[in-house]
Design a protein around this ligand. Structure first.
Ligand code: ATP
Ligand code: MG
Length: 560
């Protein structure tokens, strides 16, 4: 994966280099990607995935996929499966190292017992509200729990009975005994186990106490022998707590946590909780709606794994949060598709054209190049006949000066076919709407050029009426109208009511007839499109991945 090379220039690589030079971890590099299975992965996660897997690859190391599934109320097997699929699709391989924090529940319980035995954890009978009250604030120290000084024996007994299900939910917790006056709130005797009489998607009814994320996470890393525990900045304040657990439990060669900034894009929300709301309230068709910034949505939209990897690696990794222009992501998918997507002609708003001097029943076939960027992609046959369709926008009855397409009396080139001249405009007598054009063609212009050097200013795409394939085309715009979806305080108020436009009656040249879901094309002059799984044998459905206009490339070239 050549495109990941820029990750070598990150501050994380510097830390890895220094650790290796000092002989830490015996020179090993072992990372993990640790999603919580409570939603689908989004474009932000792509940064974590590329950094975790990418840095392991670039350093000859290993990366695990581990589900941090410690919160049974929000988690679901559907999410586990989608995450597995998405990480694979992005191109990464965890070998046989697919793990679940829930696999470690017994060992984590043992760790908790050890903490109790060391006098570093206690069972607390305060209610959740009281715990919050006792916790203090950023400016005021907390208050010690009256249960803080229970004996080791009593704590061991109560914790065992918590596990046995003897106490109701919310009645007791196990807390680490650290420092209620710490300026870091995470260190004020955090809860490490709570009672939850809830079925877990993997362990079933085996447990009724569950470890908190902050306890399970660093210890799961330790159990897996992780060397560099990479995560986002919001966990910086949790690091002292993680280090406290690792030290209290005398873990040898403990993992080193390194934090980096989250990836955020303009017009995009990257919070599973908010994305779930969009799905649950029906603002999108599902987690994989092509407007969603989820990896499943981007895949359905037509994004390639390589484009996403390139985007992430080129954006780099830093210690400060910032927003990236959405146009930049689009730039990389265009770059990739420009090199690989076969070109076809598709008419999105069809206008019928009858070529009056072309023999009825005659069909000619033109060979048209598949990709001007890649001659090895070859050509394809495109049939031509007396009745064709062109784009409605490509004709104007009364054109302004700079309009170089078709107009009454004007000659244009049909891409790869002939020159035609518009002779007559047919309108609906009732509505006045233009329903058909009558044109003539010049038989001397076969293939789209003439020997007399006569020039035309416009080249139009077209499809033969008798041969065209019917299709539905879905055009997309940002889900949110504002660059910052949170602007004004309520992201729901910024939803774009026109983020999806469906064109049910498009016509496409027959070379796409056998396309299947996931196939990608460039529709000449319209952009890049991908076949949607909603397609049926009767009707293909296409999603527009991105238009052809590259605003990001323009910004870049101005800057350089
Ligand atoms: P969200 O806030 O979207 O719900 P999360 O942080 O709760 O995301 P996790 O499943 O816990 O999601 O994330 C797995 C890993 O991905 C973590 O290491 C987290 O730091 C990282 N991650 C999550 N969001 C981003 C982002 N926007 N940019 C980079 N990394 C991210
Ligand atoms: Mg999280």
């Amino acid at each position: 994966m050549q495109e990941l090379e820029p990750l070598r220039n990150t501050f994380i690589q510097e830390i890895i280099d220094a650790d290796r030079a000092a002989g830490r971890y015996g020179g090993r590099v072992h990372t993990r990607f640790p999603p919580e299975p409570n939603g689908y992965l989004h474009i932000g996660h792509a940064r974590a995935i590329c950094v975790d897997f990418g840095l392991a690859m670039l350093n000859g190391g290993l990366c695990n996929l581990r589900f941090d599934d410690t919160n049974p109320t929000k988690e679901d097997e559907e999410y586990v499966q989608s995450i597995i699929e998405d990480v694979k699709w992005l191109g990464f391989d965890w070998g046989d190292r697919l793990y679940y924090a829930s696999d470690y529940f017994e060992q984590l319980y043992e760790y908790a017992v050890q903490l109790i035995k060391k006098g570093k954890a206690y069972v607390c009978d305060l209610s959740p509200e009281e715990i919050r009250e006792y916790r203090g604030t950023l400016t005021e120290p907390g208050k010690e729990s009256p249960y803080r000084n229970r004996s080791v024996e009593e704590n061991l007994d109560l914790f065992r009975r918590m596990r046995a299900g003897e106490f109701p939910e919310g009645s007791r917790t196990l807390r680490a005994k650290i420092d209620m006056a710490s300026p870091n709130l995470n260190m004020r005797d955090p809860v490490i186990y709570r009672i939850q009489k809830v079925r877990h998607h993997r362990t079933g009814d085996e447990w009724c106490i569950y470890p908190m994320y902050d306890f399970a996470h660093p210890l799961s890393d330790a159990i897996e022998g992780i060397t560099h525990s990479l995560c986002t900045l919001e966990f910086e304040d949790h690091r002292p707590l993680y280090d406290w657990f690792l030290e209290a439990l005398e873990i040898k060669d403990p993992p080193k946590q390194i934090e980096f900034a989250r990836l955020e894009l303009t017009h995009v929300i990257t919070s599973k909780r908010r994305l779930r709301r969009l799905v649950d309230e029906g603002h999108v068709r599902g987690w994989d709606d092509p407007r969603m910034p989820t990896l499943a949505g981007l895949r359905r939209r037509g994004y390639t794994p390589k484009a996403i990897r390139t985007f992430v690696a080129e954006a780099g990794v830093s210690k400060t949060n910032s927003k990236i222009e959405y146009a930049r992501l689009e730039h990389y998918v265009r770059q990739d598709l420009n090199a690989t997507a076969p070109r076809v002609m598709a008419v999105l708003h069809p206008l019928r054209v009858v070529i009056t001097n072309y023999p009825e029943g005659q069909v000619e076939t033109f060979e048209v190049e598949n990709n001007p960027e890649d001659p090895s992609a070859g050509t394809r046959p495109v049939p031509f006949s007396r009745e064709i369709y062109i784009e409605r926008d490509d004709f104007m009855e009364d054109p302004p000066k700079k309009f170089f397409r078709l107009a009454p009396g004007r000659e244009v080139r049909l891409k790869g076919a002939y020159y035609i001249t518009c002779q007559e405009v047919i309108k609906d007598p009732e509505t006045g709407e233009i329903v058909e054009l009558r044109c003539t063609y010049d038989p001397e212009s076969r293939g789209g050029w003439t020997t007399d050097g006569r020039k035309v200013r416009g080249t139009l795409h077209w499809v033969s009426a008798a041969h065209a394939v019917k299709a539905e085309v879905r055009l997309y715009d940002h889900l949110f109208l504002t660059e910052d979806p949170e602007e004004g305080g309520d992201f729901m108020a910024n939803l774009n009511p026109n983020s999806l436009v469906v064109l049910p009656e498009c016509l496409i040249e027959p070379s796409v007839a056998n396309a299947s879901a996931g196939d990608r094309f460039q529709f000449l002059r319209h952009g890049y499109f991908c076949v949607d799984p909603d397609s049926t044998p009767e009707k293909l459905v296409f999603n527009r991945t991105v238009t052809l206009k590259d605003t990001w490339a323009k910004i870049q070239s101005k800057e350089s």
